[in-house]
Structure formats: C-alpha cells, structure tokens
Ligand binder design. Structure first.
Ligand SMILES: [Zn+2]
Ligand SMILES: [Zn+2]
Length: 128
C-alpha cells in the first residue's frame, strides 16, 4: 500500500522536500529517502548523504534570517516619496507608483503631480 502511494507521489509532482529531490550530479529526480541516511541516484548512481543536505538547509535558513533582520532595522524610508497610487509605470510596467503633489506658483495652473516608480525609479510628471 505505502509503496504504490510513494511511487505515484514523486512521479506526478516532486513536492516532497525542498532540495533533496534532485540529483546534484545529473539533475534527475531522486528516490525518496528511506531508512538509510543516503539517497542513491537511479540514473548516475551518485550517493547523496541526507544528513549533509539537512546541514546545508539549516545554514541557508540562518543566512536568510540575518538578511531579513538587517533590512528590517535599517529604514529605507527615503526611497518612498509618498503614498502608492494605482498607476502603471510606462517604462517597466510596474503596477503602483508613489506620488507627490506640488502647487505651482499660479493658482490658475493648478497643481503638479510627480509620480515615481518604486521599481525602476522612473519619474513622471502630470499637470492637472
Ligand atoms: Zn544522478
Ligand atoms: Zn518602472
């Protein structure tokens, strides 16, 4: 029962684990780790130590967390010029641009709206 379930599982969609499912030598889909700590590739016979993979996964996770913490503490608020408005960037097509308004000298001319794309930093000006 369990064997047929396993084989159909990784044939249709190899979404079992993150990094152990592909052979680092030939890129073939690896069989699921059994009772041993080593998974052997059925294509090139390359043996992969599952415990080594676990170590790598832990290391990358630590690096990711440290990077996220850094970004969170250093405020990059100078990049945000104003509130996001539902406008598409004409350069890169990014949805949502920041905008600031400025009243021009003459009241007759109305106000100028400065749009800024947060993705490619394109500046667009609109007179109303
Ligand atoms: Zn292989
Ligand atoms: Zn853009």
């Amino acid at each position: 029962m369990s064997t047929s379930q396993q084989s159909s599982k990784f044939q249709s969609k190899p979404s079992f684990t993150s990094d152990i499912e592909f052979c680092s030598e030939c890129g073939a889909i690896l069989p699921l780790p059994g009772r041993d700590d080593v998974v052997v590739c059925r294509v090139c016979s390359y043996a992969i130590d599952v415990t080594e993979f676990a170590k790598i996964e832990i290391n990358t996770k630590i690096v990711f967390n440290a990077r996220e913490e850094k970004q969170g503490t250093t405020h990059s608020s100078q990049d945000i010029a104003g509130p996001l408005v539902d406008r598409k960037c004409s350069k890169c097509g990014h949805e949502g641009m920041t905008y600031t308004t400025r009243q021009t000298r003459s009241v007759d001319e109305g106000q100028t709206v400065f749009y800024s794309c947060p993705a490619c930093n394109t500046k667009e000006t609109e007179y109303s």
